[in-house]
Design a protein around this ligand. Structure first.
Ligand SMILES: NC(=O)c1ccc[n+]([C@@H]2O[C@H](COP(=O)([O-])OP(=O)(O)OC[C@H]3O[C@@H](n4cnc5c(N)ncnc54)[C@H](OP(=O)(O)O)[C@@H]3O)[C@@H](O)[C@H]2O)c1
Length: 345
């Protein structure tokens, strides 16, 4: 552990996790708690989804409340995982403003307060800041082309965090995950599992792409490593545990779900036209996965293994199986993986 690492003394390291009721934040809480950390959780509308065992549970809207500030005096570091993550943009200027405000203003305020106290802040950003697709593998230095309010908001949040750090010499790490899968997964990945489970023929057999994924427990492990290793400070990290073509992912998921993979080879051009038409018709539940599943977005960050020495602890097969098992048990119901109440305040 480096001199700048999270644990200042013999006591268990202490972390504030925002978004502790969310998919990523709850997995991180469970990971840190299992390793003896003192975890202070912050949730907003769903405090019941925060894992059991946290030292405190603060219920706050980061946009309007400031009751969370006092919590910063009780921790050594902050992981900011709260944010507007999954709802589709309806194209309106009002929703765009809401998404950007939700992801940028709390990040700036949290950063300022945390840096004043000398805390290390880990921001969960997103690989979407690179754009919706890229033919080349992306590295931390690749150009940023955020498209749409969500990606823009993540880029602006990164910028706000760095700006808050500048005058105070604040310590930060920015993590840009690709699509995160695991028990509790939502959005496009959950839709794909539903389609496979229903035995629907999928017109994705001819797609020749490459997309990176990371399992939620592998991401939690990386965040835990970053909190304990000062070398990851002032760095942007691009984690991935696997890289897939869409047909290979469909086959692997079908295997994990014990269902047949019904893939039909439809030319990629025709799928793009279908995605564009679905988009125009406002059928975002079809357009979004079609866009995502037909394009490439692969990450390459050699620093993680070469310098940090980080390896994903779970294999992709193990992670997909855990996701499929959760799907079988819950039918993919939101929040069903973390439905335990924290014992905190
Ligand atoms: N999941 C992915 O595939 C993925 C990929 C790349 C990056 N990310 C990033 O990872 C982070 C976590 O994503 P996720 O999948 O865990 O999302 P999620 O399940 O939707 O969780 C979002 C969390 O943010 C909290 N939150 C939202 N608005 C808030 C507010 N105004 N004040 C306080 N808390 C608020 C929610 O609290 P309540 O539920 O209690 O209201 C929830 O805990 C996000 O920043 C996302 O951009 C996710």
């Amino acid at each position: 552990m480096s001199a700048n690492a999270a644990a200042p003394s013999a006591q268990a390291p202490r972390c504030l996790v925002t978004g502790a009721s969310g998919f990523v934040g709850a997995a991180l809480c469970r990971h840190l708690l299992a390793r003896g950390w003192t975890v202070h959780a912050l949730a907003h509308r769903h405090p019941e989804r925060v894992p059991t065992g946290c030292a405190s549970l603060t219920r706050a809207d980061l946009l309007t409340d400031d009751g969370w500030r006092a919590r910063l005096d009780q921790v050594d570091c902050v992981v900011h995982s709260a944010g507007h993550a999954h709802s589709a943009w309806d194209g309106s200027a009002a929703q765009r403003e809401r998404i950007i405000a939700a992801n940028v203003r709390p990040c700036a305020a949290l950063g300022r307060e945390a840096f004043r106290r000398g805390l290390h802040v880990v921001l969960i950003s997103s690989a979407s800041v690179f754009g919706e697709a890229s033919a080349q593998a992306l590295t931390p230095d690749s150009p940023l082309r955020p498209a749409g309010p969500y990606a823009e908001s993540k880029w602006l949040a990164e910028h706000a965090l760095r700006k808050a750090a500048e005058p105070l010499g604040g310590r930060w790490t920015i993590i840009r995950p690709p699509l995160v899968y695991g028990p509790g997964v939502r959005a496009n990945f959950l839709r794909l599992m539903r389609w496979i489970d229903r035995g629907w023929p999928l017109p994705l057999g001819a797609v020749n792409n490459r997309r990176s994924l990371i399992g939620v427990d592998n991401l939690a492990d990386l965040i835990g490593t970053v909190l304990l290793d000062g070398t990851a400070q002032q760095r942007v990290l691009l984690p991935a545990d696997s890289h897939w073509s869409t047909p290979a992912l469909v086959r692997a998921l079908a295997r994990a779900l014990d269902r047949p993979a019904r893939l039909i080879a439809v030319p990629e051009g025709a799928l793009r036209v279908a995605a564009a038409i679905a988009s125009r018709l406002g059928a975002s539940r079809l357009a979004a996965p079609l866009h995502t599943l037909t394009r490439s977005l692969a990450l390459h960050d050699a620093w993680l293994a070469d310098a940090l020495g980080w390896q994903a602890p779970l294999s992709p097969a193990e992670g997909l199986q855990a996701t499929a098992d959760w799907f079988r048990q819950t039918g993919g119901a939101e929040g069903r993986h973390t439905a335990t109440r924290s014992g905190g305040t």
